[in-house]
Ligand binder design. Structure first.
Ligand code: F0G
Length: 483
């Protein structure tokens, strides 16, 4: 990876290896308007209107900036229903990246999860994984299966410093297989990197070990490669064994060990869409019929052909270290700024975004007032910044209706690739610091309208008391007539 050192070492910042050629104007409502907007949105950042958001850090899904080559490729898309050249170009890019023969297209990552769950999960089955993702778990439980999380203890400790906190605990995986029996385990899912525990990566060594345990027990290994881009960067920069390997060689080594790989291209490859790849035709045949049923014909799977062309180019660009380093380096900068100020962050910095440990930010707030959700609402008031609650609101209730509190209450500040400038990242850090100094003013939330499935997407909550007005008043006091 090439290094650009600054002459003034103490002023070193991450340096973008691209220039910006298309821009979008942003608006920042004033603080009183922000209080009104977050109330209208039921204190759920998913329900804010983008026109009212200054920095959209909700997700890095489908919102990454495309390269000039991606945009150019999307102009030459072949939109014939069957036998499209776009499909052939995408298959060829996937072959270059993963060395895989077969590809089933799907409209996005969760559609792949639906196909996998429908094809392989039966009632009573157990699906081990390092950590669950919301949509993955929902599809497995919908089929009557159960998820077992086997991430190492370090993964659940925001302060524990380890380069690969997303790793599987291999001994627990072996013990689980012995306990429930390989016949009740349709597959082991490897999420590289993790989403809900702060974008923490897995080492190449750990992934290969998991695949080996799967092989020894006749269990299918499935890689969720949605967040692989950042994970590859961390393997390259943090793992001794990969130091002299190219990103492509690392990818091939991991892909070779897996039976199936699926991905959301809204993340991997800076585009939209998704799909499943494999070299095992028997496995592909078990899922193939479901594609035309749920997604679309086998050469587009519900995707727009322009997105498929952009995906093909984006996947190839993912093999370029100078392209994939921008996200992790900006995230590291933001985490360092906040950590040095004393804001409790998930450390070390991972992929996807910076993650604030809301339980430590608001230590006195009871779990049932949703600290991560309250912090998300407060940060929107503080700076028009839209983060995402990744805590108990993002969990499903237990079958008996009791709360299933999340192991980590996090506020995620996603860093979409090549979208923000460093001054915007600095602004974000500044507003979080102000909020941290005024954390005693932040109060809790309670449900007003709670959907049963994936409640975090559309549920509405209200503030307990008038803390939001008080926070806005303090903002006025400190910032005067500044937006
Ligand atoms: N797997 C992982 C690890 C993900 O992060 C996501 C999506 C999916 C699967 C599902 O993919 O959205 O294309 O259906 N994560 C998004 C996020 C939603 O904001 O973190 P999808």
């Amino acid at each position: 990876m090439s290094v650009v050192n600054f002459y003034k070492k103490d002023q070193q910042v991450p340096l973008e290896m691209h220039k910006v050629r298309v821009v979008q104007k942003l608006f920042l409502p004033n603080v009183e308007e922000r209080v009104a907007k977050i109330r209208e949105a039921g204190n759920n950042t998913f329900l804010l209107q983008n026109k009212d958001v200054f920095m959209d850090m909700l997700t890095d899904s489908g919102v990454n900036a495309m390269s000039d080559n991606q945009v150019a490729a999307s102009m030459q898309a072949d939109d014939s229903y069957a036998g499209s050249e776009t499909y052939n170009r995408l298959v060829s890019a996937l072959k270059t990246v993963f060395k895989t023969e077969y590809f089933l297209p799907a409209h996005q990552g969760r559609a792949c999860e639906n196909i996998l769950a429908e094809s392989f999960v039966k009632p009573g089955d157990v699906v081990p994984m390092n950590f669950h993702f919301t949509t993955t778990k929902a599809h497995i439980t919908r089929m009557g299966g159960r998820v077992e999380e086997l991430v190492t203890k370090a993964g659940l400790d925001p302060d524990y410093i380890h380069p690969f906190k997303g790793n599987f605990d291999i001994e627990r995986l072996k013990a689980l297989i012995a306990e429930v029996g390989a016949e009740h385990i349709p597959f082991v899912r490897i999420e590289a990197g993790t989403n809900l525990i702060g974008g923490q990566p897995l080492s190449m060594e750990n992934m290969l070990e998991v695949a080996q345990v799967c092989r020894e027990n006749g269990i299918m290994s499935v890689l969720d490669a949605s967040l692989l881009q950042d994970n590859l960067y961390f393997i390259k920069t943090r793992e001794e064994a990969a130091k002299d390997m190219s990103i492509k060689e690392i990818t091939h080594k991991i892909a070779d060990a897996m039976d199936l790989i699926y991905f959301s291209s809204r993340k991997l490859g800076f585009s939209r869409g998704g799909g499943i790849v494999s070299n095992n035709n028997d496995l592909i045949m078990k899922m193939k019929e479901l594609i035309p049923l749920f997604e679309g014909f086998l050469t587009y799977g519900g995707m727009e052909v322009r997105a498929m062309e952009a995906m093909a180019v984006g996947l190839l660009e993912t093999m370029d270290e100078e392209i994939i380093n921008q996200g992790p380096q900006f995230i590291e900068y933001l985490v360092k700024e906040l950590d040095e100020y004393g804001v409790p962050m998930v450390k070390p910095a991972g992929g996807l975004g910076a993650h604030i440990n809301a339980s430590a930010f608001l230590p006195d707030m009871p779990h049932d007032q949703y600290p991560a959700g309250a912090l998300a609402a407060a940060l929107y008031i503080a700076g028009g910044i839209r983060g995402m609650e990744r805590g108990s609101i993002s969990e499903q209730r237990n079958e008996d209706g009791t709360e299933n509190y999340a192991e980590l209450e996090l506020l995620r500040l996603a860093c979409p690739r090549r979208v923000f400038t460093l001054s915007q990242i600095k602004y974000c850090a500044d507003r979080v610091k102000w909020l941290y100094d005024n954390r005693h003013l932040i109060g809790g939330l309670k449900w007003k309208d709670e959907p049963q499935v994936l409640r975090f997407f559309s549920g509405r909550l209200e503030a307990i008391g008038d803390w939001q007005d008080k926070l806005a008043a303090k903002f006025r006091e400190d910032f005067g007539d500044s937006l």
